[in-house]
Design a binder for this molecule. Sequence first.
Ligand SMILES: Nc1nc2c(c(=O)[nH]1)N[C@H]1C(S)=C(S)[C@@H](COP(=O)(O)O)O[C@H]1N2
Ligand SMILES: [Mo]
Length: 211
Amino acid sequence: MSAPAQTKRRKKPSSLRYYQDGPPAFVDIDTWSLAITGGGGVDRVLSFADLNQVPWLTESRRYVCVCNWSVRELWGGYLLADVLRLAGWDGTTEGLYLKQTSIGTPEKGVYQSTIPLGDAVTRRAILAAHIDGEPLPIERGYPLRLLDFGLYGYKSVKGLAQLEVTTIFELGAWEKKAGYALDGQIMPKRYRICDLDRHEFLSRPGEVTEF
Ligand SMILES: Nc1nc2c(c(=O)[nH]1)N[C@H]1C(S)=C(S)[C@@H](COP(=O)(O)O)O[C@H]1N2
Ligand SMILES: [Mo]
């Protein structure tokens, strides 16, 4: 008997359609920079090499998309709080948000998303440079993306270029265009769990840590 056809899907669905502003044709890592500006004392433009001053971490964490699927992946990168500290952050979060802006492309502009700073720090949000031990593929956000795993993917800006600490909550791309929830909290509902090849009803909001 021949082997059954491979039906399991262990990877996330294709992500290309989730790159409104890109991906950029090419990112030169030697000239790429991350500008961190705004309140809380932050004011610095970091090169990719500057990030080496921050402890590297790898964490297996579950990523959830508003479009009813989820996948657990191994992310490598830096704790957001550590990078903010390198940029001069004084640790304040009260009433502050973090506005993320992508590199984008001249044709399609940039993608932006604003998230509460305090929640992101509490939830150990990361600035990821690797996935499954390799640099992020360009369509997944090379060279760096922010992930707050308590929030849906549309709150995670790929191909990050700027972070602004601000008191103003600004509507992001999908919140403007398609009425997505402003806070982007992961909500209880049924999801396809790609890596485990099954469905689960997630019964409470927030990051999924139980599997
Ligand atoms: N720069 C940028 N980041 C982005 C987007 C985008 O269009 N541009 N789409 C968001 C949306 S809607 C989703 S669902 C996720 C998809 O991430 P993935 O490619 O890792 O699945 O990226 C988010 N980050
Ligand atoms: Mo999305």
